[in-house]
Design a binder for this molecule. Sequence first.
Ligand SMILES: [Zn+2]
Ligand SMILES: [Zn+2]
Ligand SMILES: [Zn+2]
Length: 341
Amino acid sequence: MPQLRQDLITGRWVAVATERAKRPDSFTQAPRDAVAAKDICPFCPGNEKMTPPEVLAYREPGSAPNGPGWWLRVVPNLYAAFRLEPDGQTAHDGVFEQRDAIGACEVLISSPDHRATTPLLPRHQVEEIVQSYLDRYHAHQRNPALEYVLILYNHGRPAGASLEHPHSQLYAVGVVPPAFQEELAGAQRHLAQGSGCVFCRIITEERRAGARIIMENEAFLVFAPYAARTPFETWIIPKRHAASFGDLGGREKAPLAEALQRTLKAFRTGLNDPPFNYFIHSAPLKARVDDAYHWHLEIIPKLSIAAGFEMGAGMWINVVKPEDAASFLRQQITVEDRAAV
Ligand SMILES: [Zn+2]
Ligand SMILES: [Zn+2]
Ligand SMILES: [Zn+2]
């Protein structure tokens, strides 16, 4: 019998269609040609002049800005959907309202290596990526014109990556995104009912149940949510209660880099490098939601295409049970652990 599962945070229902259930390994991607190094890649060292001037770079001492010598580089997005202007205007057009799209769009180039996706980088470089997220988050956090900072990563063309060179993106915007608002409203409802942080409750429950856990380290839990929207939806959440990603502690950076890299490596080996998006959900910059909200990173692989039902109903059909997806990814990590011994 197909199941409806309810997401505890948002109250959203997801159909888990066990009757068309597929085995997790049926999502393994067909082999593809290796990524070709492009001779004109704006993110490769030597081509720095092709991007707007950098806003942050970790580089060799003595190397000049906007030239080679960096190991991580952040630049404004050339095709920005939002712009930082001193004061935004609101206008009316009949019954309709429009506002200037105030904000910043940045590209965080993972490393100088055109081919090295996160699973292939040395661990210390993944820690540098985490550090760059934090540095840019802090840079925008205090801007009074901004309400929200969204950090995300697109991998593979079907997931929206238009340039092959691995990079993350940051959107600092003057609105609180709707998808996030739904989650925050749910979290605030739980707090008002006296049941505390719903994310902390989920962490406790997932650790008790065990079936949806993919991996765990001293600071982070990686699991498949009970009402996962898509096959292999995966969350990485800090075990310590914290509303804002901006409050990531010094001792949490390495465990976050470990959890992220090992999870993405499990996707890569188990499913043959599928397209995916991940994004960090963090508290809005101005709202006081320290008790209600709990930041996390959501990874959504693009293994099925949202169709009319999803668009029309705003409701997802997931053809893989989250327990089966978690077990499959957990095995990949176990195999990797054995190989490392
Ligand atoms: Zn490149
Ligand atoms: Zn919490
Ligand atoms: Zn979320």
